[in-house]
Design a binder for this molecule. Structure first.
Ligand code: GLN
Length: 537
């Protein structure tokens, strides 16, 4: 018989962006390092079915799981911290919940009944909280609730948590509430009132927080802990300080110092041993003590937003630690790159990464940067759209097909070196209809890609509608662009490289989705190494 898992809910109050995802992932890491089987899921209160149709200004990066689900970027943190692989079950939205209830209503499952938020929507939320337990024998399931307590769209989730706790019993679940202690410089002190109000807001819905995690820029005194405990109905040990850290990867260590893991496991009545975080500590030590700094340009159109390319930035942190260097990622807005300024802008860099993306805005700047990198032997990594732009640049400037383009950018181009995939022609709906998730790629043995992976068959995650046009494959390879990785079934080009160049690689897939602390992605590790070598030349 399956053992019954224990459930931890993480809610947020006072402000958004307090780092619920990082706290959830850090706690999970601590529990995992004690030998417990842990997973995390995210429940998002917005009505979109998934964030695949949201632009990065609204929602930051869209993360893609191995089964091809477009999900919240927090799932990326869960995978990077825990080295687990999440699936569609790890991310639920209000949209998904209503969709399944409405589908059942149409089927007649509720015949004769009025379908209501309570119990129908809350029942569906409760069903989905437990759904993940059917995938594995988890000891602990952490559920992060997106949004902030008090938001209108969060109410059904909080209500479902209240009911759920009754269903599974006191010792089998707990609620961690993450809040902010603002520091008022005029008063010279940390303020607890917003926390008190947000805990009360939670109580109004019948949910008591068992543990309060206080995000703060200053250390919390014992007196302040006592005060928060008194007003928020918890014991003093359950007031946890979450002080701003230099790197998110330090948070598990800070949480261990605060004994968050022990407090949690005592409340849940789970026996525990000490965590073993030796490797993690070594990783953090390397992040904090780089032997050298290098500059890599990140060329994209959302570079001003730190969440838009989250997984790429984190992959750089992993690969940096591996090479014991710190990567100063220089954001380069592709719309601002011109023939006049490209040299000045890029000559100070040790390498460039051209980012994934959609639509025509900023693509000419990406193409100019790739030309500069190709002609000046600057290490280049192109991801998805970045790879497609590398093919266009090569077609225009080496094959001399001056009007070469992607049919995404110019549907009537005479030389569509990048064109819509065959099976996309019939696709009308936008949500979840790209080529998504993990697909195999077979690598040519005599290639940079093979040196990087040291194996012939790899599996990487995807999110695209366009591909390198088969009609141009011969011409490209005859003229110096090697098509070194192909999908073994369809022949779709997954990897392009220029053997005459020190390090020039374009990939149709997204290596950034698979880089973790434990397994930094080999493409990023090798790219960073090439950039370090560039500084020595
Ligand atoms: N817009 C391109 C396509 O759909 C690239 C997508 C991406 O970079 N993720 O194929």
């Amino acid at each position: 018989m399956n053992k019954t898992p224990k459930y931890i809910f993480v809610t947020g109050g006072v402000s958004s962006s307090l780092g619920k995802g990082i706290i959830s992932a850090s706690l999970a890491k601590l529990l995992q390092s004690k030998g417990l089987n842990v997973t995390i899921q995210k429940f998002d209160p917005y009505i979109n079915i998934d964030p695949g149709t949201l632009n990065p200004y609204e929602h930051g990066e869209c993360y893609v799981t191995k089964d091809g689900t477009e999900t919240d970027l927090d799932l990326g943190h869960y995978e990077r911290f825990l080295s687990i692989q999440t699936t569609k079950t790890n991310n639920t939205t209000t949209g998904k919940i209503y969709q399944s209830v409405i589908n059942r209503e149409r089927r007649g499952d509720f015949l004769g009944k009025t379908v209501q938020v309570i119990p129908h929507i809350t029942n569906e939320i409760k069903r989905r909280i437990q759904l993940i337990s059917s995938e594995d024998c988890y000891d602990i399931i952490i559920t992060e609730l997106g949004g902030t307590v008090g938001d209108i769209e969060s109410y059904p989730f909080i209500e479902a948590v209240r009911q759920f706790r009754w269903d599974v019993g006191e010792k089998n679940s707990l609620v961690i509430h993450l809040t902010l202690l603002p520091f008022l410089s005029a008063a010279g002190e940390l303020k607890t009132k917003p926390t008190q109000h947000s805990v009360k807001k939670l109580m109004e819905s019948g949910v008591n927080a068992d543990i309060i995690v206080c995000r703060t820029e200053k250390s919390i005194s014992d007196d302040l802990r006592k005060k928060i405990a008194l007003f928020c109905n918890v014991d003093t040990n359950s007031v946890i300080e979450s002080i701003d850290a230099k790197t998110i990867y330090e948070v598990p260590l800070l949480m261990e110092n605060e004994r968050l893991d022990e407090v949690v496991l005592k409340k849940l009545n789970v026996n525990y041993t000490k965590s073993n975080l030796n490797e993690w500590k070594e990783f953090v030590r390397k992040i904090k003590n780089p032997k050298q700094n290098i500059k890599i340009g990140l060329i994209g159109k959302y570079v001003e937003l730190q969440d838009s390319y989250k997984s790429i930035l984190e992959s750089f942190v992993h690969a940096g630690a591996c090479n014991e260097v710190k990567i100063d990622v220089v954001p380069v807005h592709s719309e601002n790159i011109s023939i006049k300024n490209v040299k000045k802008g890029l000559s100070i860099l040790d390498g460039i990464l051209v980012a994934p993306g959609f639509g025509v805005r900023g693509v000419e700047g990406k193409i100019l940067s790739i030309k500069y990198a190709r002609e000046n032997n600057l290490p280049f990594l192109g991801i998805c759209l970045g790879m497609q732009m590398a093919v266009i640049e090569f077609a225009r400037n080496v094959l001399m097909l001056k009007n070469a383009n992607s049919s995404e950018m110019d549907s009537s181009t005479k030389n569509p070196v990048i064109s819509l995939m065959d099976d996309q022609h019939e696709v009308k709906e936008k949500g979840g209809t790209m080529r998504l998730g993990s697909w195999n790629c077979k690598i040519n043995k005599d290639s940079l890609a093979y040196k990087i992976y040291n194996k012939e068959t790899i599996s990487e995650r995807h999110r695209h509608r366009y591909e390198l046009n088969f009609n141009y494959m011969k011409k490209l390879s005859e003229n110096g662009m090697s098509l070194s990785g192909l999908n073994p079934k369809t022949g779709l080009v997954e990897i392009v490289e220029i053997p005459d160049h020190d390090w020039f690689l374009g990939v149709q897939f997204h290596p950034e989705y698979q880089s973790t602390v434990e397994n930094p992605h080999p493409i990023f590790v090798s790219f960073v190494k090439a950039c370090v070598n560039k500084t020595k030349k």
